[in-house]
Every structure is written in structure tokens, then in C-alpha cells.
Write a protein that binds this ligand. Structure first.
Ligand code: PLP
Length: 386
């Protein structure tokens, strides 16, 4: 079988309906700050089951706003995982936080909650202001257990769910939760970058059930400016506004929100397609030296990424490129980045994450991957390992 076009590890899908929705908005009265933003926020909040959703210019802005909403200050300690996109840590660095990297679980590749507990136990309660677990690859993290630690040790949970919109899990009481419902997290952050499930170009959002955080997220999104009569110190008239905090312009456009609404309508289909593709990979690689993702029974994986582990990873990566298959390595552990090394982090600090990084490879995973393309990929991977 010959595939004559490159197949990348992820790819957005923009349908005719999406294009029509954008064109309609372009012809409307509002390009930004119009009705589509609120509509997308309401629909996304309803979809995940949260009270509030605050749409922002990108996922990183959402993480920064979360840190601002929590009042993170220079020197505050914040824990996250090294196997994530660096933005998970950076959003808190923007507020001067000291980032503590907690090693990962070797089966799920998520922040290891046993190790998290060890870190928490080693310091007085209240030492850590926030924990940022990441639903890496689309695997919902154990926020229920992290919540019990948060209640005991006094930190906030900002779940980075940029990989996991549409994912879900069943908690210990048998209740099913969509990622982002904030049953256990204080805030959950999403990204609408084209490689993620919903593609608005750039974009993101933060869900929360807490009114205080919702107000702060909204305030910091737009320069710290409010026109809400209940919040003003005085009121000179209908035009009057106050800038009460130093905020940012982290707004998104109505054009992008229209695209997001249209894509949200397809999210369940997209997750189903991704799960089918994962199952086919799993079956094909069973009984070989390839390690496929392990997923617990209570988890519905959102499969932003399908990651295998293999001994000769670099060789397979290079070989697949010669075959037009652009598999990807995600992520270079954040604690080994030159920027984070300046704070004393070094190779050897998170051995499980480093071992994961040495062997991981994300195979093409996106809803429009055809059966023919997937069979071609499987064929090439199996040919390599045999
Ligand atoms: C994509 C991503 C982000 C940042 O999102 P942007 O919209 O690109 O700013 C943050 N965390 C994780 C885990 C991501 O994958």
C-alpha cells in the first residue's frame, strides 16, 4: 500500500458547517465582544456540567488567569507534572510562583498522586498554594483523590484539561463526571488550538463552579475593568467604568466563538472516532513488544494523543518519517528545560518521567484519519518491530 501524502500526529477538521458559521458572524454586527462568546460559554458550560465558562484568547491565558484568580504571588509554591506542555507551569510562573515538579505514574503518565502526597507530607500544611494536574493525552486525572488531599493540605486545584474535553470518569460513588464539571477541581482549563479537540485557531476557556473565581477570571480577562453597578466604588452614570485590578486583554473574538460552537456540536462524534482508532491500534499491537496505553475501567479517554512506548523510539520516529508518517514525541520533560534548570531542576529529578520520555511516541490520532491511513501506519510500525 502506498500513501503519498504526509500523515501528521494530529490534525484539525473544519467542516462546511463550521465555515458557514464563521461567515455568518463576519456578516453580523459583532466581530468581537458580541453574542457568540456568551453563547459558546453557555453551551460549553452546559456540555461539561459546570456553572460557568470564561472564554479566553488561548489555553495559556486561561492558566495565567487561573493563577491570577487564586491570587498567586511571587514565591508561592505550585505543583505540576513534568510531562505536559510547558504552559501548565508557565501560567503560574507569570505570577512569580515557584514550580515544583512531581514525577508521573508509569502506567497513566499522569502526575503520580502517591508522590504528590509524599511531597505534601514533607512540608507544613498550606505550603503549596495550587496543584495543576494535567489530563495528559486525554486521560482524566484522579481529581477526586487530589480533592481529598486539597482539603487536608489546603491548596487549590487547577486542572489542565487542554487534552481532554469530552473525556469522563466515574468516581468512587459511582457518579459519572465530564472533565470540566469542576466537581473536584476549583477551575478547569481548556485549549482550542487546532491540534486539540475543538479548533478555533487560538482559543481556550476556564470552567468553574465558584462565583468568586468566576468574577475574578472575568475581571482579569478584560484589563481589570468592571461596569457592574454592584462592584463600582462610585457611579458617575451609564458610561462609567472602573479599572480595579491590573488585568489583561485575554479576550477571544466572536468569529472564533462561532467556530467553537460549531465544533462543539461534533465533539462527541470526535471522541467516539478517537476511541475507535485507539482500539484498532491496541488490537494491532497486542502481543508485540510495543507497550500500548493502559486505561482503567472507570475512565472514558478523550485520546488527544495515542502514545506507545517502544525500546528503539528514535529509530522508529526516523523510520516513520521516511514513510510519510509524522509521529511525534510529547513531551520533553519540563523540569529538564534550560529555563527551569536555572531554578535547580535537573535530569534525574523525575526518573519515571525521564524514562517515559526516552520511549514514548504519539502515533497519528485525529477523527478524520481514514481506515486505509491507519492500516498503513500499523503496517509500517509492525514491519519495524518485527
Ligand atoms: C495546548 C496546551 C496548553 C496551552 O494551550 P494554548 O491554547 O496553546 O495556549 C496548555 N496545556 C496543555 C497540556 C496543552 O496541551
Amino acid at each position: 500500500m502506498i500513501i503519498d501524502h504526509p500523515i501528521s500526529y494530529g490534525r484539525q477538521y473544519v467542516s462546511d458547517d463550521d465555515i458557514a458559521a464563521v461567515v455568518e458572524t463576519l456578516k453580523s454586527d459583532y466581530l468581537t465582544q458580541g453574542p457568540k462568546i456568551k453563547e459558546f460559554e453557555d453551551k460549553f458550560a452546559a456540555y461539561v456540567g459546570a456553572k460557568h465558562d470564561v472564554l479566553v484568547s488561548n489555553g495559556t491565558a486561561g492558566l495565567h488567569l487561573s493563577a491570577l484568580a487564586l491570587g498567586i504571588r511571587p514565591g508561592d509554591k505550585v505543583i505540576t507534572t513534568p510531562i505536559t506542555f510547558v504552559a501548565s507551569a508557565n501560567g503560574f510562573r507569570y505570577c512569580g510562583a515557584e514550580i515544583v515538579f512531581c514525577d508521573i505514574n508509569p502506567d497513566t503518565f499522569l502526575l503520580d498522586v502517591d508522590k504528590l502526597e509524599e511531597i505534601l507530607k514533607a512540608s507544613p500544611k498550606g505550603t503549596y498554594k495550587a496543584v495543576v494536574p494535567v489530563d495528559f493525552a486525554g486521560y482524566p486525572c484522579d481529581v477526586e483523590r487530589i480533592r481529598s488531599l486539597a482539603d487536608e493540605y489546603g491548596f487549590a486545584i487547577v486542572e489542565d484539561a487542554c487534552h481532554a474535553p469530552g473525556g469522563s470518569y466515574v468516581d468512587s460513588k459511582g457518579i459519572k463526571h465530564k472533565v470540566g464539571d469542576c466537581a473536584y477541581s476549583d477551575m478547569t482549563v481548556f485549549s482550542y488550538h487546532p491540534v486539540k479537540h475543538i479548533a478555533t485557531g487560538e482559543g481556550g476557556s476556564v470552567t468553574t463552579n465558584r462565583e468568586d473565581l468566576y468574577e475574578k477570571l472575568s475581571l482579569y480577562r478584560t484589563h481589570g475593568i468592571t461596569k457592574n453597578p454592584d462592584k463600582l466604588e462610585k457611579n458617575d452614570g451609564g458610561w462609567y467604568y472602573e479599572m480595579q485590578e491590573l488585568g489583561y486583554n485575554y479576550r477571544i473574538t466572536d468569529i472564533q466563538a462561532a467556530l467553537g460552537i460549531s465544533q462543539l456540536n461534533r465533539l462527541d462524534w470526535s471522541i467516539k472516532r478517537r476511541q475507535e482508532i485507539a482500539n484498532r491500534y491496541n488490537e494491532a499491537f497486542a502481543g508485540t513488544s510495543i507497550i500500548t496505553p493502559k486505561v482503567a475501567d472507570n475512565i472514558s479517554h478523550a485520546y488527544h494523543l495515542y502514545i506507545i512506548q517502544i525500546e528503539k523510539r528514535k529509530e522508529l520516529y526516523d523510520y516513520l518519517r521516511t514513510q510519510n508518517i509524522f509521529a511525534q514525541v510529547l513531551y520533553v520533560p519540563a523540569h529538564t528545560m534550560p529555563y527551569y534548570r536555572q531554578f535547580g531542576w535537573k535530569h534525574g529529578d523525575c526518573p519515571v518521567a525521564e524514562n517515559y520520555y526516552a520511549h514514548c511516541l504519539a502515533l497519528p490520532m485525529f477523527p478524520t484519519l481514514t481506515q486505509e491511513e491507519q492500516e498503513y501506519i500499523i503496517d509500517k510500525v509492525l514491519g519495524f518491530v518485527k
